[in-house]
Design a binder for this molecule. Structure first.
Ligand code: FES
Length: 282
């Protein structure tokens, strides 16, 4: 008999759309359809055994330099636009080509970087930043951030002024791929719903699509809304401010931290200066 995997019940707002319905179990075939979230099982188990101090390991497979970000399409080879590029280094040209067919000018992909899950998003900011927001074309928004209690933390530009590498590089942004709720791996359009559709609404709220979506309990993150926020190291409780993308909805308390990137030729590479920001799942 096929193995079944237990899911937490979807929130009523999604159940009403029939995305997960009321089912609390899915079989292996359905589970594999969630692609990179399936990989979460492997990666999370590895992280659990190794501990955070050991996760920045030399990457295996693929090309590019040691800091190159690689596509991760395991289980979604036939569905994801990058399905044939599993473990190949990500290039800006890959994202530009995909975004050309998007009405919002966006594209995103799951990846792996030095052993950790990441999501890279392309936003046609340089093309649309000066155009009316009402046109639905996505662009980066630089915003004030508030912690989970509503207390003002700071503005994204406060951190970006101190380190300009935190600004989106070449219309690309990379975030750490562990949900701030219970550390599942949010994805880019791994499921189809109103939060992931190809539409964009300004403000960093829950309206519009193009959200990163965590299937575990349906948290949403807006990769175009950049803010300063705060989180804590799970091991020692130390708090830290970070530059991240905004939590748009769901049980996640705060947004996901940015991993600054640079282009090596056309290959996307991560910069390792902000490892402390990824310790909330340690
Ligand atoms: S782990 Fe619960 S919403 Fe992501």
């Amino acid at each position: 008999m096929a193995r079944e995997f237990e899911l937490k019940p979807a929130p009523s707002e999604l159940a009403g759309e029939g995305i997960l319905g009321t089912a609390t179990t899915i079989n292996r075939r359905q589970f594999l359809r969630y692609g990179f979230n399936t990989a979460a099982g492997v990666l999370t188990a590895s992280l659990g055994m190794l501990g955070f101090a050991a996760i920045l390991l030399p990457p295996g497979g693929g090309g590019g330099g040691d800091l190159a970000v690689q596509f991760w399409a395991k289980g979604r080879e036939d569905e994801a636009w990058y399905g044939a590029k599993h473990l190949q280094p990500m290039t800006k040209a890959d994202f530009e080509a995909e975004a050309a067919s998007s009405s919002t000018g966006t594209a995103g992909a799951a990846g792996v970087w030095n052993g950790v899950p990441v999501v890279v998003n392309y936003v046609s900011h340089s093309k649309y930043a000066g155009s009316p927001e009402s046109n639905g074309k996505a662009r980066f928004q630089f915003m004030e951030g508030y912690d989970e209690t509503g207390k003002y933390v700071g503005h994204f530009e406060d951190l970006a002024e101190a380190d300009p590498r935190l600004m989106p590089s070449d219309d690309l942004i990379m975030v750490f791929g562990r949900c701030t709720h219970l550390c599942c791996i949010p994805g880019w359009q791994l499921v189809s719903n109103s939060f992931t559709e190809d539409s964009w609404t300004p403000g960093g709220g829950d309206d519009g699509g193009t959200k990163m979506f965590c299937i575990c309990h349906s948290s949403r993150f807006d990769p175009t809304a950049l803010e300063m926020n705060t989180n804590r190291n799970r091991s020692n409780g130390a708090t830290f401010n970070y530059a991240g993308i905004r939590r748009a909805g769901g049980p996640a308390p705060v947004g996901l931290p940015i991993i600054p990137i640079q282009l090596n030729g056309d290959v996307i590479e991560g910069i390792t200066d902000y490892v402390d920001w990824y310790t909330y799942c340690d």
